[in-house]
Ligand binder design. Structure first.
Ligand code: G3H
Ligand code: ZN
Length: 290
């Protein structure tokens, strides 16, 4: 069932779990995410980056694909159609194409401009019941051409951003897109704790925070972050690695029978299964059960 991210994430925050936000790339990826969401009975966000949207054909294609699959596959759990790391134009296009949730990522802009543009997006989105995520500080590393400095989110910036009336907040807390370096010191959980305390004090209720760069964060740190207010965890790389490894194994162990087994549906099946296994494991760690 297609829903906005608002109630879904607030429910997770109030009940001490996190919703997985899993990036899609194509038809098979979208089916895999929906299948795993339904089999685990886990409310789920399907994220599409600007790069993935371009790759898949456009905003309408992505929104309609997810909607139609949700219907054809009789998905009973809540599913949000989410723009991941969108710029101002992309956020507007996603709203127009009936995404049910958008992330406007103005983290590379001066704070004042980030706040002002976020306010505009919030107004446009909320008119249609669409949830909005914004970012302060910055997520390190690179995802689909989005490069971040890894700046730790100043607490005052986080509070100011929440006051724009967004629905959930992405904050840099030492998290990085893609693989973590071996000398990564871990999430800055003390900072997260202070940040969520300050936000909750300012607005008077438990506000949901988003953890980007979910791939490769030790389970213990994820669970701790959830107790501190994280209610949405984004995972992309982990599913890509699982897909790649399975496809590679399939061919290198000659299960494609020297190329005689060339049916794309059979070639991709082990990769799709691997995505499902990887995400199912994440859902268990996030505790995403309604
Ligand atoms: O926005 C998407 C995520 O932050 C994904 O990060 O590829 O490190 O899991 P990841
Ligand atoms: Zn991200």
């Amino acid at each position: 069932t297609i829903v906005s991210g608002m109630k879904m994430i607030q429910h997770a925050r109030s009940n001490g779990y996190a919703v997985g936000a899993f990036n899609t790339n194509n038809l098979e990826w979208t089916q895999a995410i929906l299948r795993v969401a339904e089999s685990k009975q886990a409310p789920t966000i399907i994220g599409a980056s600007m790069g993935a949207i371009k790759y898949m054909g456009g905003f309408k294609t992505v929104a309609n694909l997810i909607r139609d699959l949700d219907d054809d596959m009789n998905i009973s759990v809540p599913i949000a159609i989410h723009l991941d790391h969108g710029d101002y134009q992309a956020a507007k296009a996603a709203i127009a194409a009936n995404f049910t949730s958008v992330m406007f990522d103005g983290s590379h802009l001066p704070l004042k401009e980030n706040l002002a543009k976020t306010r505009e997006i919030v107004q446009l989105a909320h008119e249609k019941g669409i949830s909005v995520e914004a970012e302060v500080g910055s997520i390190g590393g690179e995802e689909d051409g989005i490069i971040g400095s890894g700046e730790i989110a100043p607490i005052a910036d986080a509070v100011a951003m929440v006051n724009t009336n967004i629905d959930f907040l992405a904050a840099g807390i030492g998290n990085i897109h893609g693989a973590y370096p071996t000398d990564w010191p871990g999430l800055q959980l003390n900072h997260l704790h202070k940040l969520t305390d300050a936000i909750n004090d300012a607005i008077g209720y438990d506000f949901p925070v988003v953890l980007h760069g979910g791939s490769g964060v030790p389970d213990k740190q994820i669970r701790e972050a959830i107790t501190m207010g994280v209610a949405k965890v984004n995972v992309n790389t982990e599913a890509q690695l699982a897909f790649h490894q399975a496809l590679r194994d399939f061919i290198l162990t000659d299960q494609d029978l020297q190329g005689k087994n060339y049916d794309p549906r059979k070639l991709l099946a082990p990769g799709v299964k691997a995505i499902e296994n990887a995400l199912s494991d994440r859902i268990d760690v996030f505790g995403s059960y309604q």
